[in-house]
Design a protein. Structure first.
Length: 222
């Protein structure tokens, strides 16, 4: 069996021990995973400079030791192309999967770059035809962006960080049920399989987990 190198790029620091082990069972057996993080070689001070300014869309990710950090969407977008090119030229990967659910399509990327957002959008527009979508995001500052990003007739957004305590899944499920959502997206790569299961037990509609969707999308490109 010939191994195929696949890169997983986090906007935080690698390795993503909270993400990749849960993805591994879904990968084809010939896939060899290599990880890289946008913040891998940055000092704490350099990371602080990437914080979002007032009014910017914040992104949230995990650092190597387990803490979370908020980053500027604009600054992270500017760092992506060079990091992706480095994975292609130095790591010799065939495909790069980006461990972030943000829509980075303001920049053009080659087809071998796989973004969870694209696969999730395809699912809810081409496969599952719905009018009311439930979305869970990590930060209050992402609510408006989530509504614009998913563009359904109704987008009901709840906030619960995968990296900190917050509202219970029961409260979130009750609101989604009241609003009659037809599908739920856990809109952050940080949400775990246990999060999906906890919410799924309380709902009768599909709950989509980006890390699993991304793994299957990568399989299709290998």
């Amino acid at each position: 069996m010939v191994l195929v190198k696949v890169g997983l790029l986090t906007i935080g620091q690698s390795p993503r021990e909270d993400v990749v082990p849960e993805m591994n069972p879904f990968f084809l057996p010939q896939i060899q995973i290599l990880e890289k993080g946008l913040l891998d070689n940055l000092s704490p001070e350099e990371i602080r400079r990437l914080k979002p300014k007032t009014g910017e869309i914040p992104l949230v990710t995990r650092l190597r030791k387990g803490s979370s950090v908020q980053l500027s969407e604009k600054k992270i977008s500017s760092l992506l192309p060079e990091a992706i090119n480095s994975m292609k030229t130095k790591m010799k990967v065939k495909v790069v999967g980006v461990l972030c659910t943000h829509d980075f399509q303001k920049t053009e990327f080659p087809p071998w770059i796989i973004f969870p957002f694209n696969s999730l959008k395809f699912l809810i527009t081409r496969i599952i035809n719905i009018k009311c979508l439930g979305v869970v995001v990590p930060l209050e500052g992402q609510i408006d962006a989530a509504k614009k990003k998913w563009k359904k007739d109704k987008v009901i957004v709840e906030v619960k960080s995968p990296y900190a305590r917050g509202k219970s899944w029961k409260e979130i499920a009750q609101n989604f049920s009241r609003k009659k959502v037809e599908v739920v997206i856990l809109d952050c790569i940080g949400y775990k399989i246990k999060d999906k299961r906890a919410l799924q037990k309380l709902l009768s509609v599909p709950v989509l987990l980006p890390r699993v969707v991304l793994a299957f999308a990568i399989d299709q490109h290998v």
